[in-house]
Design a protein around this ligand. Sequence first.
Ligand SMILES: NC(=O)c1ccc[n+]([C@@H]2O[C@H](COP(=O)([O-])OP(=O)(O)OC[C@H]3O[C@@H](n4cnc5c(N)ncnc54)[C@H](O)[C@@H]3O)[C@@H](O)[C@H]2O)c1
Length: 284
Amino acid sequence: MPMTPAVSPHPDERAPPVDTTAAWRAQHAPNRTPERLRILVTGGAGFIGSNLVDRLMELGHEVIVLDSLFTGKKENIVHWIGHSRFDFIRHDVTERIMLEVDQIYHLACPASPLHYKYNAIKTIKTNVLGTLNMLGLAKRTGARLLLASTSEVYGDPLVHPQPESYWGNVNPIGVRSCYDEGKRVAETLCFDYHRQHNVDIRIARIFNTYGPRMVESDGRVVSNFVGQALRGEELTIFGDGSQTRSFCFVSDLVEGLIRLMNTEAVTGPVNLGNPTEFTVLAAC
Ligand SMILES: NC(=O)c1ccc[n+]([C@@H]2O[C@H](COP(=O)([O-])OP(=O)(O)OC[C@H]3O[C@@H](n4cnc5c(N)ncnc54)[C@H](O)[C@@H]3O)[C@@H](O)[C@H]2O)c1
C-alpha cells in the first residue's frame, strides 16, 4: 500500500522555540517604577553618552555609567559623581559584568576613524564581545537594550538617501571594516537575541552628530573646523568642498535615542540624524 509522506515544513521555515524569560523578568523586577528606572549607559563618559547621561539624570532616573575611558573622559561626567542616583564603573565591555538594570543604552565603541583604527582588533572585539555581554545582561535581567549603531552600516552606499531597508554596500576587508562590519554584527546579534530569547531591543543608526564634549582632535569635519577657528587658523577643506554631510546637534540626537528607547513595539533599525545635507563648503 502506497505511503503518504508526512508533511513537515522545510527546515528554514520551522520556528525555533522562543524564550520568554526576559519578558517575564522585565515585568516582575523588584524595586522599580517607570519614573525612576535603573539605566546603564555603556560609553557614558564619551561625547554622546555623557550628554545622554545628563538628560537621564535630569529626568530623575538612576544612571550607571560603564566606560573604559579609552576615548571618554571622567571630566564629562564629573558633575554627577557623588550624586545618590549616579554610579561610574571603569570597566571594559569585552569583559562580563553582573548588574541589575531596566534599560541599557549600549554606546561603548570608539566612533572617530582615528580612534577606531588605532586598535582595529580591539574595536571589533568591543562591537562583538561587548554587544554579546550586554545582550547577555539584558537577557538575564529582562532589560531593554538600545544599540548605538551607525550610518556606516550602509558602507559606501549606492542609494541616496539610505532608507533603513537598504542593506548597504560594505567592504568586509578594509581598514574601516572593524567599525562598519563590527556594528553590522552587533545589529545581527541584537536581532538574534530578540528572535531566540525575546530580548527587547532598539537599534538606532546614528548619523554625524556634533556638540559640546566632542573631541577636538577626532579628525572629523566639525571638530576640525571648530578647532581651527578657535586657534585662528584657516579652515581646511579637502577636495572642492562639494561633498555633502548632514550634522545633527547632540541634544536632538539624545532626545531621539530616549524616544526610541521608550517607544513600545519598535525594534528599529531607525536612522537618527539631520535629514538635511549640506556641502562641506556651506558648513564652513
Ligand atoms: N559621534 C557620531 O557622530 C556617531 C555617529 C554614528 C554612531 N555613533 C555611535 O555612538 C556611540 C558613541 O559615540 P561618540 O561619538 O560618543 O564616541 P566617543 O568615542 O566619544 O565615546 C565612546 C565611549 O565608549 C568608551 N569605550 C570604547 N571602547 C570601550 C570598551 N571596550 N569598553 C568600555 N567603554 C568603551 C570610550 O571610552 C568612550 O567614552 C558609538 O557607539 C558610536 O559608534 C556616533
